[in-house]
Design a protein. Structure first.
Length: 408
């Protein structure tokens, strides 16, 4: 291995030398607009702390003050919300990726993921209690992905504690926000998609109704297409016209929040047999349910998720050959601030496990991450993940990532 990786040290020294020689001066859009530090909402970025959650829930505006006069342009029309400047921010991620046993020969590989992700983001308050958020994935893995989170948000409808989001968003956001995690390693249970099923808890289009009550109860109901972010077919974003539903309830108990959720989805599409060339219409129904827990211990936050899934026909067989299969997943995460207030050094431990009756779907991972903030909006990280893939081809896999993330 030493022969393959001799160039790691000089490469890292060069990267850090360039970055430390050019201190970050700009801060992202919300901080610029309201003239406060990123640490007001993040700990560290992009992870939100309590005030950041409140800021987002208030249509991306402070709830404890009026919008500053500089926010809008006054043209004599008190019904016009015209931004003085369109709020824009950029985020970029790049990595050096080292994997062992990552291919058929078992030799592993090294990869420059430079860059891996570049996002263009915008958001703000269009009017009292009406906000928007959008980000465009300019590149991910070398491809232009396009719009991901894109929605308009209505708060406190008719003076009630009910909020409405309309657009495209992650169904799992009411559980844990994948896009705000500190690790490169993903939350695997949220991405369970056994067999030929196209249903999971990631991005989808639809609406989300939520309510936050004074006694600590939170309730949310989402209705979505169930087609993820696939392109329109015959001008329809939902090719099978079924709508998928998810209900979640959670209650706060001091530093803990305990939740339970249920999801029902249905899908139908044409399946072509590669061997015979024959086509048939496959229909699947998916049921998901589970529980989630968040425990906030000031410097340390613990998150846990259990998900059970049952698919009536995940292999999308013909109507007379349904084959029900079960899957389940577990995620446990600990995030702690090791040094600094505001924090400079953070550690993350993440455990993921997915087991399924669908062949080849089982996997589990153990991840450790150290993140250090060079600046409030510029950080480096080192991450190690051990994969245990229950498959004949690859039994174990080791992955080391050295990463850099910046936002302006």
């Amino acid at each position: 291995m030493r022969g393959h990786l001799w160039w790691i040290a000089p490469t890292l020294v060069l990267m850090l030398g360039v970055l430390l020689g050019r201190p970050s001066e700009a801060i992202p859009a919300f901080a610029r607009k309201h003239e406060f530090s990123c640490t007001t909402c993040h700990d560290p970025f992009p992870r939100l702390k309590a005030y950041g959650e409140e800021f987002a829930a208030n249509a991306y505006a402070p709830s404890d003050q009026e919008m500053p006069p500089r926010y809008y342009t006054d043209v004599g029309d008190d019904r016009l919300s015209l931004f003085r400047e369109i709020p824009l921010a950029l985020r970029g991620d790049m990595y050096l990726d080292f994997q062992l046993n990552g291919n058929d020969t078992g030799d592993g590989y090294q990869d420059f993921k430079t860059p891996w992700v570049i996002k263009l983001m915008s958001g703000g308050q269009l009017a009292p209690d009406i906000g928007y958020y959008v980000y465009f994935m300019m590149t991910e893995g070398g491809e232009i992905v396009g719009l991901e989170d894109t929605f308009i948000q209505f708060n406190d409808l008719w003076g009630s504690p009910v909020d409405l989001i309309l657009g495209q968003f992650q169904v799992s956001d009411v559980l844990f926000k994948r896009e705000l995690r500190l690790t490169f390693q993903d939350y695997l249970p949220i991405k369970i998609r056994p067999g030929r099923s196209d249903i999971d808890l990631t991005y989808d289009r639809g609406l989300l109704v939520s309510a936050d009550f004074s006694f600590g109860l939170m309730a949310s109901l989402s209705v979505t297409n169930g087609a993820r972010l696939n392109s329109a077919i015959d001008d329809n974003m939902d090719p099978d016209f079924f709508k998928n539903v998810m209900l979640r309830l959670s209650q706060e108990f001091g530093p803990a929040r305990v939740g339970a959720f249920g999801y029902f989805g249905k899908e139908r599409r044409t399946i072509t047999d590669e061997a015979t060339g024959n086509s048939h219409l496959g229909t699947n129904e998916s049921f998901m349910w589970g529980a989630d827990l968040t425990l906030d211990l000031n410097r340390t936050t613990l998150n846990a998720l259990y998900l059970q899934r049952r698919d009536i026909n995940p292999l999308m067989k013909p109507a007379n050959e349904p084959f029900a299969l079960k899957s389940h997943g577990i995620m446990a995460e600990a995030v702690t601030r090791l040094w600094g207030d505001p924090g400079r050094l953070y550690a993350v431990l993440l455990f993921d496990k997915v087991e399924s009756q669908v062949p080849g779907a089982d996997q589990e991972s153990y991840t450790g991450n150290l993140t250090y903030l060079l600046r409030t909006n510029l950080k480096v990280m080192a991450e190690y993940t051990f994969y245990r893939i229950h498959d004949d081809e690859v039994a174990n896999e080791h992955r080391l990532l050295i990463g850099l993330t910046g936002a302006i």
